[in-house]
Design a protein around this ligand. Structure first.
Ligand SMILES: *[C@@H]1O[C@H](CO)[C@@H](O)[C@H](O)[C@H]1NC(C)=O
Ligand SMILES: *[C@@H]1O[C@H](CO)[C@@H](O)[C@H](O)[C@H]1NC(C)=O
Ligand SMILES: *[C@@H]1O[C@H](CO)[C@@H](O)[C@H](O)[C@H]1NC(C)=O
Length: 341
């Protein structure tokens, strides 16, 4: 009875939040007209203290797109934490019909049907929480198979939950990696807050600029921020002063890996390629060459999604054949940066 009451309250709260989310602009989904990040309203946090959503093996499902960087950060976290057996996943189609939104297909290479509900569209998943839902439909989605509702659609929250709440189900056993270690949390938050508006969303802001002055401004902010990352990486192997990869690296990498392949041309972020930055290029190589990370990167999905989805900047939806991305597999020397070897 108590559980049912809690679930009911959870619905009421979400119903209220949903009525506040009204924009349904599939273009530049994550940024509002002022260029600010639009946070998700579905943000329940799984924990032993949560009345409904407890950490459990094989209870939750992740819906994602290989195209979308906010999905990639969650997928990388999942792999680095050894949680592939704890969560199952569905992969949405990278070709999006704007009148339907994100949808499932069984015929596109590398995509799946909705493995939980067998829905045709992602919007139907949102409608399990609110049957009149008509707001933003974004990925990734952390979904509860037990109560059959969405738990959380905010990638940063999902990363934190995967990092801290499911360690007992990790296939790595005791040898856990902590992507948000206590001693570095302030620094990680600081870096995350810096790279979100300038780099992670900075590329989209260049692409969504509607006049020369706005574009120039966003372009300069983006490349100044990349230079700042380059400076950090001259000193340290990873973004936060430890010898270990943290969530900040995952967030930066998810943008860097799309940069030369798509953003540079699509969003006119063409001051410099990532492969031309001495530190950022080797840093991107190192992360890409980790097998857990490489398994989350599908350039076909990345390019086809980006070049067809943002039709305002690419109305004919032609997908460029290049560039050559072989450089990502070349050797790097980042291990020499280690302070502890
Ligand atoms: C998009 O979906 C609508 C509604 O199902 C359909 O009528 C239309 O043909 C689709 N467009 C494309 C390009 O597939
Ligand atoms: C890098 O090498 C791996 C393993 O051979 C291959 O699967 C992948 O496609 C390569 N990546 C690029 C960008 O060429
Ligand atoms: C990047 O790695 C390559 C291969 O180890 C190395 O030759 C090059 O000097 C590195 N670049 C920098 C800036 O360290």
């Amino acid at each position: 009875m108590k559980l049912i009451t809690t679930i009911f309250i959870f619905f009421i709260i979400n119903l209220f939040e949903f009525t506040m989310a009204t924009t349904n602009d599939l273009n530049f989904n994550y940024v509002d007209k002022q260029g600010n990040y639009k946070k998700s309203s579905l943000r329940e946090i799984i924990s032993n203290e949560h009345p409904v959503f407890k950490p459990e093996n094989n209870r939750y499902h992740i819906y994602h797109s290989f195209g979308c960087p906010f999905s990639t950060r969650v997928l990388i976290t999942l792999k680095l934490k050894g949680l592939e057996n704890c969560f199952d996943t569905s992969v949405v189609d990278y070709i999006v019909n704007k009148s339907v939104g994100w949808a499932f297909t069984s015929t596109t290479e590398g995509c799946t049907i909705d493995r939980v509900n067998n829905f045709k569209t992602v919007k139907e998943i949102y409608q399990l929480n609110d049957k009149n839902y008509n707001g933003r439909v974004t990925l990734p989605i952390l979904f509860d198979k037990k109560t059959n509702v969405i738990v959380n659609t905010e990638s940063s929250d999902i990363m934190r939950m995967l990092n801290s709440e499911f360690n007992q189900f990790s296939s790595f056993g005791k040898e856990k990696i902590d992507l948000y270690p206590k001693e570095y949390q302030d620094r990680i938050n600081e870096i995350n807050d810096f790279i979100l508006p300038t780099i992670n969303l900075g590329v989209y802001k260049c692409g969504s600029a509607e006049n020369q002055q706005d574009y120039t401004e966003k372009f300069n902010i983006l490349f100044d921020a990349l230079e700042r990352m380059e400076e950090i990486l001259k000193r340290d192997r990873y973004l936060v002063g430890s010898d270990k990869i943290t969530e900040s690296d995952i967030k930066l990498f998810s943008t860097l890996i799309r940069f030369d392949a798509a953003y540079l041309q699509l969003f006119k972020c063409n001051k410099r390629q990532i492969k031309e930055f001495p530190m950022l290029s080797n840093y991107t190589r190192e992360l890409y060459q980790m097998k857990e990370i490489q398994s989350t990167i599908n350039f076909h999905h990345i390019k086809y999604w980006l070049f067809t989805f943002f039709d305002k900047v690419n109305p004919l939806k032609l997908v460029p054949i290049g560039p050559d991305l072989q450089w990502l597999n070349e050797t790097h020397n980042r291990h020499l940066m280690s302070k502890y070897y």
